[in-house]
Every structure is written in structure tokens, then in C-alpha cells.
Design a protein around this ligand. Sequence first.
Ligand code: NAD
Length: 462
Amino acid sequence: MVLKFNDVNEFPQLIEDLRTSFTKHLTKPLKYRKKQLEQLYNLVDENQEEISEALYKDLHKSKIESSLAEIGIIRQECLDALNHLEEWTSPEYVKTSMIYKINKCHIRKDPVGTVLIISTWNYPVNLLLLPLVGAIAAGCTALIKPSELAANTAAVVTKLFPQYLDQKAYRIVNGGATETMSLLEYRFDHIFYTGSGAIGKIIMTAAAKHLTPVTLELGGKSPVILADDADIPISAKRLVWGKTFNSGQTCIAPDYILCTRETQEALIKELPKVIKDSYGSDPQKSPDYGRIINQRHFDRLSGLLSRTKGKIVIGGNSDRDDLYIEPTIVSDVPKVDSLMEEEIFGPIFPIVVVENIDDAIRYINEKDTPLALYPFSKNDKTIKYILDNTRSGATVINDTMLHVSVPTLPFGGTGASGIGAYHGRYTFDAFTHKRSIMSSPLALEKLLASRYAPYKESNFKL
Ligand code: NAD
């Protein structure tokens, strides 16, 4: 299926129409929001087969990975929003001091307005539609733009979208950098962007012109600290799973491992068996092993691997025509190395030897704050020490990536890994303005008049 880009000349009218629908309150009734959430659920549920096929064409994504990390997550988030909509939208009554007891104070949950959602290609269904769940739940109108790089998936979702969602309130447009830059010229009430930090800066700069708030779901290098007392057989399985799920093209994939030389040796002994158990002796033939999104990213990864000063101890094979890179472990990677310059975003796992936990912590803290941090240790004191002395968007202890599937945990970065958070209620919050409401009674004017000038000291506690 061919992905057709929109003509940028359509954008002003399209955005105007979404604004009009919002100001006419189309998206605010809870009944309407529920219907649209049900429709979004149906979109992914009734077309699972077609969507999975598109994901396979784009990323060689296995049916199971598509079901777990794309379609299943959207179903789960739609149900979560449907089940909690009354609770989330209810006014929050707040405690006040004695002096304000006679005023009624509460927080109203107002939708922020017309929002723009810009997505990326590695989980092209999940990352496009999950923010939309929150935008619908909050009562916003929304314009969504998939990544042009996962073209098959974008084309299928673009075809299905108008069949399920109300076009007066939710629209999908396609394009690359030119079209996205054109969209960013217009004023939105919130921009929700998922992708690299480099483009994140462009988005935030454009948003600043209109003082539009942003959520930036970015990436970075998420480190693993493998302590000497870690359970090596279990750690090896969990590390390989995190690094090879979607061929390592996951924003929270464990990027690199920090451990001592002894632990490195123990881990390297364990890894070949784990990789073979998962993907057989030739992962290229495995139905469960993904492909790199395109030749540009394939060449980027091959370049990083060809310039490393580390030792390729497992894997290293690749096939450009098939966009295949074997699960590859690189040991003894120097602290300054091609593999340590940027987020890897592929199935290459560097191991950097450190002297001890403090050395690992120092190394992490010298770099940008990561989206996720994965400490492996059997000792609670070691884990606490690592938590106390590092920062990260999230931390999973003795495992990788699982936090992403818990909707009650806010998902997002800090510092260079992002601004804001979402999933479950937090997505609703991202598109909601918490409006403070105070109602002053007219009947008690005498009592309230003590604040007016001319001031009397006796009326105030100074
Ligand atoms: P990408 O190339 O698909 O770009 C993301 C979006 O920005 C696309 O919609 C694209 O059309 C648009 N875009 C591209 N160039 C642009 C430009 N010059 N100006 C304006 N818009 C432009 O994706 P990417 O940036 O390669 O994404 C990969 C990154 O995303 C990785 O760093 C990864 O860690 C991160 N990521 C983060 C999360 C998260 O939830 N935090 C999830 C997935 C990926």
C-alpha cells in the first residue's frame, strides 16, 4: 500500500475545522468520548490481521510482538479510559484553610483544546494511537501524524481511521519533515511528540512561538548496571529479550551494559545459549526476529559496529538487502567509542568494563539522563545506592522494559530523555487543564469585607 502525503495547503482549513468542533463542544460530552474510545478499540481489534501484516512489512514484526506491544496495548488503554472516564473527569474537591471554608473550591478537568500528535516508526500503532486515547478521554479534538518511515502501517491506519473515528473531531495527515514543519506553523493547544531529541528540539522551538505546551517522549542511551552479585543466567535472558525485542528498536531497550571484567566473562559465557534458545542458530530464519526499519538506519548501525574498538564476541553478521543484523555482543568497549556516542537503536549490545558500582554511576551521570535504567543485583542496598545516586525516566530492577506495560506507572523521560509523561490516567492528564474554581458567596459580604482598604490592623493577624 502506498503512503500518500497530504498537501500542506489543506492544513489551515483542516485545523480550523477541528477548532470549530472543539469550540462547539462536540467532543466534550462523556457519551461522545466513550463512543469514540469504543470506535478506536474496534479499529485495532477488528483489523488486527491487516495491521499485523503492515507491521510485518515495515519491521518484520512477529504477530506476537504486534499483538503485545501495539494492538494489545491500545485495546488495554481504551478499556482503561472507558472504565475510569467518570472518575478522571470528576471535579476534585480540595481542602482549604479555615478562612476559605465559606468559599467552595474545586478543580475542574477541562480539555486543553485542539492538539497535535506526532509519532515515530518503531511502534507505529502504539505510539500514534496511545496518546490519542488520552486526547479523546480528555475531550480534545486532535490531529495525528504517523511517521512516514513505517509507511505500510501508516497507510493502513490512514485508510481505517475515517471509517471508525468522527472526522469532525479527529483527523490523520501524512508527510515527512516538510509537512511536519508546515503543521508546526499553526497554533495548537498542546503538541505531543514521540521521536528523537534532535527533532524534539525543532518541535519545542516551533511550539515556543505560540507558547504551546509540549509533551516530548524522547530516547537516549538506557544503561544496564550488572553488579557482581547479579543472577547471571536470569539477567542474560532478560537482557537479550530487551535488546532483541523489535530488533533493539525500542526507546527503552537496554542500550549498553556496565560491569566488572569478571562479570563480563560470566555473562559472555551465558549469552550464546540464550540467543540460540530464542532465535535458533540462524536468527535470520526466525519468524520472531525483526528487521531494521530502512537502509539509512542499517548503514548507521553498520557504521557504529565497523568503528568500534571493542571485540565482537557474539554475532556480527548482517545482510543489507534483508535489513538484517544478527544479535551482536561487543565486549571490552572503551568508555569513549563509536558505540557509546549515540543511542544504538538496534540489536548491538556493547559491554563497558568498569571498576565498580561507583565507576558505573559516574559514567552514567556524565551522560544525558536516560529514559530507563536497569540495575541488576541481588542486594537491596546496592539497588538503593544506585537509585539514590542516579536519575532516569524510569528504573526496572533486575529486568528490562516491563514498566511500559503498566498503565498506572507514568511513562516518560527527564532531562534529555523527555518532558512530561503518559499512559493510563497520565495520558488523560497530559491533555487536561486542571482549572481552579473558587466560588465566593454573596451572602457573607460583611464577613468578607474585612479585607478591603482602608485596612485595619485589628482585622489581620500580622
Ligand atoms: P522519525 O524519523 O519517525 O521522526 C519522528 C517524527 O518527526 C516523524 O513523524 C517525522 O515525520 C517527524 N520529523 C522528521 N524529521 C523532521 C524535521 N526535520 N522536522 C519536523 N519533524 C520531523 O523518528 P526518529 O526521530 O528516528 O525516532 C527515533 C527516536 O525516537 C529514538 O531516539 C527513540 O528512542 C525515540 N522514541 C522514543 C519513545 C518514547 O516513548 N520516549 C518511543 C519511541 C521512540
